[in-house]
Ligand binder design. Structure first.
Ligand code: BES
Ligand code: MN
Ligand code: ZN
Length: 500
């Protein structure tokens, strides 16, 4: 879809569809009042009759409204003013997008950017509109032979900004919204692709493709022999059970000077997690193709950052492998030596994410990172603790954790902190090695993070467990693209802080 910003009076817009907000109870927005005045109370009469109360989710199409140059006026319910927040704004856009799908209009002009949301400026509103519209248009049908016609919708959306001075702000917001949408869509596509297509080699190829697309990106792919030389015994113990070779991918985005320390993202890329010898039960095992969504979010974020050409340095690291029970697979009780030198007793081969991440996190130190954030579909326990709304965040540096929490709130890609206290470290004791790879049933998300914390002592680090947020199950089964929005916002926030 094409987006644009303009500034002007609603009655003067020659458009197929003028989009006007109505809040509860029966309250026209400013643009609505302007139309009402010009049309001799046409809108207020309709509202008084009870056809549009202003409830969020409600929409009403009017044709040939007197005094306007628009073919239609689409009234969109915005709910009560006091309930307006980031989340309700996105819900309003969601119902707008659905209403536009069933119209004959090819383009529309929206005044919903005038809605007042505490603490959020027009830049935010324009950007989130772009992202929400693109989200609703996402379709994954590349593997269906019978491609359904996508719903007929508008090709172009113009959004109003309060004054001409804000036009450039709006244009920048559109640029950001488009870039973030590309990142989200890439993350969704990679997540949705099945394990027989999206293999570790496929993920590595995607990273190489970024290198070819963006001059500011350089990609490096390490093979299993390279990892052997680096003594990544933990990562290699997971790929031992698979015939697909593991890869360790590094993606460098250079937008700032060489001595600017990079924000470093490490994403779990298990392209299929059968559990290995500690094999999983059969029910819903297909969903373990989504076990590379951390990696996908890194590729998505790198894409967004490169499209925006941000003046930052960002490094993405992706350890990627399958977790399968081959004859050479690692067995419960096996002890391996990680790149850090610490030994690990593998009591459960299904706790494989931490085994590949720990070596990638040790490796990350070579980039002299400013901060390291790892992103992983790490524990089922995270879903028990937090459900499917927030991702979990744990880390060794509270300003970093707080920055992530605040970035998540801004873009409705929220995270909630769990305690990474020393008390929990005891659960990882092993009789035979430096540590075990599991900490028992209790507090599984925390003990997984405790495990990782033993490999991240040299830098500021946060861990995002996205087990409950990376994909939907059931009828809406599919990748969500989370937490691309959160990560991109975090990087944008850091950029602003640098500017100041
Ligand atoms: N990829 C899974 C975590 C997962 C499970 C995410 C279900 C989303 C839905 C991870 O590799 C895993 O299997 N974790 C185990 C750890 C346990 C053996 C300590 C788990 O959560 O059961
Ligand atoms: Mn597993
Ligand atoms: Zn896994």
């Amino acid at each position: 879809m094409e987006f644009n910003v303009k500034s002007g009076n609603p009655e003067k817009q020659r458009t197929a569809c003028l989009i006007i907000g109505v809040s509860q109870p029966r309250k026209l927005s400013r643009a609505g009042q302007q139309i009402d005045r010009i049309s001799d109370g046409y809108l207020s009469t309709i509202i008084r009759r009870g056809d549009m109360d202003g409830k969020s989710g409600q929409t009403l199409v009017l044709h040939n409204v007197p005094g306007t140059l628009a073919d239609r006026v689409l009234l969109v319910g915005c709910g009560k003013d006091k309930d307006l927040n980031e989340r309700s704004f996105l819900k309003i856009l969601d119902s707008l997008s659905k209403a536009l799908d069933n119209l004959g209009a090819m383009e529309a002009y929206s005044y919903l950017t005038d809605i007042n949301i505490k603490g959020r400026d027009v830049h935010w509103k324009v950007r989130q509109t772009v992202i929400q519209m693109e989200k609703n248009r996402y379709l994954f049908d590349q593997l269906k032979s019978d491609k359904k016609e996508p719903p007929k919708s508008i090709r172009k959306l113009v959004m109003n900004v309060p004054s001409r001075r804000e036009l450039s702000v709006g244009e920048n917001a559109i640029l950001q919204g488009n870039a973030i949408s590309s990142g989200i869509n890439l993350a969704k596509d990679l997540g949705n692709l099945p394990g027989n297509i999206c293999t570790p080699s496929y993920l590595a190829e995607q990273a190489v493709r970024l290198d070819k697309t963006f001059p500011s990106i350089t990609t490096e792919v390490l093979e299993e022999e390279d990892m052997k030389k680096l003594e990544m015994g933990s990562l290699l113990s997971v790929s031992a059970g698979s015939r697909q070779p593991a890869k360790l991918v590094s993606i460098h985005y250079e937008g700032a000077s060489k001595d600017d320390k990079p924000i470093t993202l490490v994403g779990k890329g298990v392209t299929f997690d059968s559990g290995g010898i500690s094999i999983k039960p059969g029910a819903a095992m297909d969903e373990m193709k989504f076990d590379m969504c951390g990696a996908a979010s890194v590729l998505g974020t790198m894409t967004a950052v490169a499209e925006m050409q941000l003046p930052m340095n960002v490094v993405g690291i992706i350890p990627t492998t399958e977790n399968l029970p081959d004859g050479l697979a690692t067995k419960p009780g096996d002890i391996v030596t990680s790149m850090s030198g610490q030994t690990i007793e593998i009591l459960n081969t299904d706790a494989e994410g931490r085994l590949i991440l720990c070596d990638a996190l040790t490796y990350a130190d070579k980039y002299n990172p400013d901060v390291v954030i790892d992103i992983a579909t790490l524990t089922g326990a995270c879903i028990i603790a937090l459900g499917h709304n927030p991702s979990a965040v744990l880390g060794n540096h509270s300003p970093l954790v707080n920055d992530l929490i605040s970035a998540g709130k801004k873009v409705e890609d929220k995270v909630w902190e769990l305690p990474l206290w020393d008390e929990y470290q005891d659960q990882l004791k092993s009789n035979f090695a430096d540590m075990a790879n599991i900490g028992g049933r209790d507090a599984g998300t925390i003990t997984a993070a405790c495990f990782l914390s033993r490999f991240t002592k040299k830098y500021k680090w946060a861990h995002l467990d996205i087990a409950g947020t990376a994909w939907n199950s059931g009828e809406k089964k599919g990748a969500t693209g989370r937490p691309v929005s959160l990560l991109t916002q975090y990087i944008l926030d850091r950029m602003e802080e640098k500017d100041r």
